[in-house]
Design a protein around this ligand. Structure first.
Ligand code: NDP
Length: 294
C-alpha cells in the first residue's frame, strides 16, 4: 500500500484563488480592501522572512498590507501602544504579531491586547475559549489548515479515532478542539504520554506537532490512516541541511492512506489560513456573513 500525498501547496494555491475571488463583494460593499497588519519586533532573520512572506501574500491576493517593524529595544508600552492604534484603525481588519517576541516582552499580554475580532492568529483567550465552547470565532492558522487538509483526504471524520501529538496553545490544543467538533474521538499526547507507539497505532488520524525529527515511526501508523505532519526540524543528511517532519515519512507513506510531506504539506496552509482568517475577520467586522471557502 502506498499513501496518497496530500499536496498542501496545491490546496493552498486553490484556497488563495477562492480568497481573491471573495474580495470583490467586500470591496463593492465597503469601498476598500480587507487590511492585514503584521507586526515584527526586532530583526530575527527567520521572523523577518515570515513577516515579509505574509505581507507579500496578502498583497498578492489583493488585500491591503500594513507592515510595522519595531526595534529590538521596543518597550512593552510601545508595543501595546501600536496594538491600540491598530485596534482603532478602521482600515485594519486583522492584526498579526510575529512570535516569538524578544525576551523582555510579555507575549501573552500583547496577544490579549489585540481586539479579538482582529485576532487573525486565533490566539486571543476569547477566540481560544470560543473554539473550546464550540462557538464561531477566529481559529489558530496552523490547525485550521490541518483540518482543511484532513477533510480533503477523508470522507468523514465522524467517529474516527484521532491522535494529536503535542499540546501547545498554537497547534495541539486547538487542533484537538477542531477534531472534536468534527465528532472524532480525540487523544492528546504529550511528553509525559506513556507508550505513544500503541496509541498512534490505533489512530485513523494522526496529527504530529512536536518538533522532533522523525520521532513518529513509520511502522506505528495504522494502515490507511491520515497523517498530518506539522513538525519541522533541520537534519544534516548526506552533508546537506534537510527539512524533515515529526514523522518518518518514507516508511509511514507505505502504511498510511494519505500523508502530508515536509516541506509542501502543512507549511503553505499556515500562511493561507492566515489570509483566510483576514478575509473572514473583514467580513465579520462589517456584519456581513463570511463566505464559506472550504
Ligand atoms: P511546542 O514546542 O510549543 O510544543 C511541542 C509539543 O510536543 C509539547 O506539547 C510537548 O509536550 C510535545 N512533546 C515534546 N516531546 C514529546 C515526546 N517525546 N512525545 C510526545 N510529545 C512530545 O511546539 P509547537 O506546537 O509550537 O510546534 C510544534 C512543531 O510544529 C514545531 O516543529 C514547529 O516548528 C512546527 N510548526 C510548524 C508550522 C508550520 O506551518 N509548518 C506552524 C507551527 C508550528 P509537553 O507539553 O509535555 O512539553
Amino acid at each position: 500500500m502506498s499513501a496518497r500525498i496530500i499536496d498542501g501547496k496545491a490546496y493552498a494555491a486553490s484556497l488563495g484563488e477562492r480568497i481573491t475571488g471573495a474580495l470583490a463583494p467586500f470591496v463593492e460593499k465597503t469601498g476598500r480592501r480587507p487590511g492585514l497588519a503584521v507586526v515584527l519586533v526586532g530583526a530575527d532573520p527567520a521572523s523577518e522572512v515570515y513577516v515579509r512572506s505574509k505581507a507579500k501574500m496578502a498583497k498578492q491576493l489583493g488585500m491591503e498590507s500594513f507592515e510595522h517593524v519595531l526595534p529590538e529595544t521596543a518597550t512593552q508600552e510601545e508595543l501595546l501602544g501600536l496594538i491600540a492604534d491598530l485596534n482603532a484603525d478602521e482600515a485594519v481588519d486583522g492584526i498579526l504579531v510575529q512570535l516569538p517576541l524578544p525576551g523582555h516582552l510579555d507575549a501573552s499580554s500583547v496577544i490579549s491586547a489585540i481586539e479579538p475580532a482582529k485576532d487573525v492568529d486565533g490566539l486571543h483567550p476569547i477566540n481560544a475559549g470560543l473554539l473550546a465552547s464550540g462557538l464561531p470565532g477566529l481559529v489558530s492558522c496552523t490547525p485550521l489548515g490541518c483540518l482543511m487538509l484532513i477533510k480533503s483526504a477523508r470522507e468523514t471524520l465522524s467517529g474516527a479515532e484521532a491522535i494529536v501529538v503535542g499540546r501547545s496553545i498554537l497547534v495541539g490544543k486547538p487542533m484537538a478542539q477542531l477534531l472534536l467538533a468534527e465528532n472524532a474521538t480525540v487523544t492528546i499526547a504529550h511528553s509525559r504520554t506513556r507508550d505513544l507507539a500503541s496509541r498512534v497505532r490505533q489512530a485513523d488520524i494522526v496529527v504530529a506537532a512536536v518538533g522532533q525529527a522523525e520521532m513518529i515511526k513509520g511502522d506505528w501508523v495504522k494502515p490507511g490512516a491520515t497523517v498530518i505532519d506539522v513538525g519541522t526540524s533541520r537534519l544534516l543528511r548526506d552533508g546537506k541541511k534537510t527539512l524533515v517532519g515529526d514523522v518518518e515519512f518514507d516508511r509511514a507513506a507505505k502504511q498510511a492512506g494519505a500523508i502530508t510531506p515536509v516541506p509542501g504539506g502543512v507549511g503553505p496552509m499556515t500562511i493561507m489560513s492566515l489570509m483566510h482568517n483576514a478575509l473572514v475577520a473583514a467580513y465579520q467586522r462589517k456584519g456581513f456573513p463570511a463566505p464559506a471557502l472550504w
